[in-house]
Design a protein. Structure first.
Lengths: 342, 158
């Protein structure tokens, strides 16, 4: 009898896990060419308005973006779709190595849009949003007119739609802001190190190693500035604590996929001269102190996108991720755009 | 190097207390299952070869061990899975991924109620499965297993 009681106790413990803690959202998967890619959907899905978020990296995850006041504000009004791209986040599968390329990723997004519309209805208002690498991905996708027709609008936040150009602009920013900081006597050791390096870079021939240094120094430089507001604990807690993201699998798998994409040539993507092809309403959001993807790319995009319905917003107290330090303003600007064009 | 004979030490009252270590090696077939509401349902089937060591007579009946295993792992997606062929969207029932997953584990176990007719052991067992191939690489899947074990047939020492 005792043995049965112990067994029942054990089963009870297992079944007593609180379901409500996990079910504020739902997940759908896209299976395509060897990969199962989850799209986590949170927020006000009854609004029939959705924002499909393309995460950064490559090597990041959609759920990393589900934290803070901005995510809470957006989810109150619209459905947020945090998608894990092929080989990243919680995406699983065993797609053939040689197949990982931008072309395949664009094909994935085609299929995802169809799956989302099959689930939530063909009449939904769908917006595409990309941050950082998500800007490279989203802009590449929108180069075809038929693909633009799936979306009511394009939201690019600090998007890397021209990687050679962002490298050149980043070097300029290091020198300009670095000299100003040294003159003010702020963090002089680190700024001198960055300046010494930046002044030696041949901007007409930026190597892969230079690109990597630009990215690392870019994140460090942002941290050195008093003008950049840090993130706070308001809103949805960090994805590590509140989501199904498996951080270890995401890190290992994401790094591997990032390497494969770099090998496939993504660092050469330069779309500035093709931005005129975008004809849908566009919102361009940039942090003023973004050394990783400098705001000049957003300024260019605002000039060159063909759509007359376009906005460029610069966040004066932000770097590469304005959704962290200026989350409320960031979300309010997105909601204003979405409510105008949905 | 000369060591004094053990008997002499005992006579002088210097002899160390004798330790008796029990070592066990065994093969343990396993079926593990977990369900995560927004990630996956995960099943592993396989066997683990365990090396356990216990100091006989310790008060808390503590034993510890290491395990090496070989498993088949099946992960079922937590939500609806869609496939699109020629623009036609369809759902795939029971979609998921298969992996080969060798494992490593450490097990710490305490015996309780050892004098009763129903002795039980409780254990904690961190376990790492190495899922392969996972997006063209090997990805660790770390699990913490908490459990209890009891013999289905037991004859009390008394």
């Amino acid at each position: 009898m005792k043995k049965v009681m112990y067994l029942l106790l054990f089963i009870g413990l297992v079944l007593s896990c609180n379901r409500s803690a996990f079910t504020s959202g739902e997940v759908l998967y896209l299976r395509h060419k060897g990969a199962d890619m989850p799209a986590y959907v949170y927020g006000n899905t009854s609004s029939n308005t959705f924002i499909l978020l393309l995460h950064g990296g490559p090597g990041g995850s959609g759920l990393e973006y589900r934290s803070g006041i901005y995510a809470e504000m957006l989810e109150e009004e619209v459905g947020m779709i945090y998608w894990d791209q092929r080989g990243q986040g919680n995406a699983q599968g065993n797609n053939p190595e040689e197949a990982v390329s931008m072309e395949l990723l664009l094909d994935d997004l085609d299929q995802l849009v169809l799956a989302i519309k099959a689930k939530y209805g063909k009449d939904i208002s769908l917006f595409l949003m990309g941050h950082s690498w998500g800007g490279t991905y989203g802009t590449s996708y929108l180069m075809e007119f038929t693909r633009q027709q799936h979306f009511k609008g394009w939201i690019e936040a600090n998007g890397a739609h021209d990687i050679p150009r962002l490298n050149v602009e980043a070097v300029k920013m290091f020198i300009e802001i670095g000299e100003d900081q040294v003159a003010q006597g702020k963090n002089t050791d680190k700024w001198t190190e960055i300046l010494d390096w930046a002044k030696k870079v041949d901007t007409s021939n930026i190597t892969e190693d230079d690109g990597s240094r630009i990215n690392n120094y870019g994140h460090e430089a942002e941290e050195l500035l008093d003008e950049v507001l840090p993130g706070n604990d308001d809103g949805i807690p960090s994805a590590l604590l509140s989501s199904p993201l498996d951080p270890l699998a995401s890190l290992v798998s994401g790094n591997n996929t990032s390497g494969l994409l770099v090998e496939s040539g993504i660092e050469e993507i330069a779309l500035t001269d093709s931005l005129y092809k975008i004809n849908i309403p566009s919102l361009l959001l940039w942090g003023k102190y973004d050394f990783v993807v400098p705001p000049q790319l957003g300024i260019d995009a605002h000039k060159l996108i063909s759509s007359p319905e376009k906005r460029f917003i610069l966040y004066e107290a932000s770097g590469h991720s304005p959704m962290n330090g200026e989350g409320e303003a960031f979300a309010a600007d997105i909601l204003d755009f979405v409510n105008t064009y949905k | 190097l000369r060591r004094p004979p053990k008997k002499k030490l005992e006579r002088n009252g210097l002899a160390r207390k004798k330790k008796t270590i029990s070592k066990t090696k065994y093969l343990e077939p396993q079926i593990n299952l977990y369900h995560h509401l927004l990630k996956e349902t995960n099943l592993t089937v396989g066997s683990e070869y365990l090396f356990e060591r216990m100091k006989v007579g310790n008060k808390v009946n503590f034993s510890q061990g290491f395990g090496l295993g070989v498993f088949y792992m099946r992960s079922w997606n937590a939500g609806e899975t869609y496939d699109v062929i020629d623009g036609v969207v369809s759902q795939i029932p029971f979609a998921g991924t298969n992996y080969f997953a060798p494992s490593l584990s450490y097990k710490a176990q305490f015996g309780i109620l050892q004098k009763s007719n129903t002795p039980i052991s409780v254990f904690v067992k961190p376990m790492v499965f190495l899922m392969m191939p996972y997006n063209q690489t090997v990805v660790p899947n770390i699990n913490m297993v908490f459990g209890c074990s009891f013999p289905l047939s037991f004859k009390s020492a008394s």
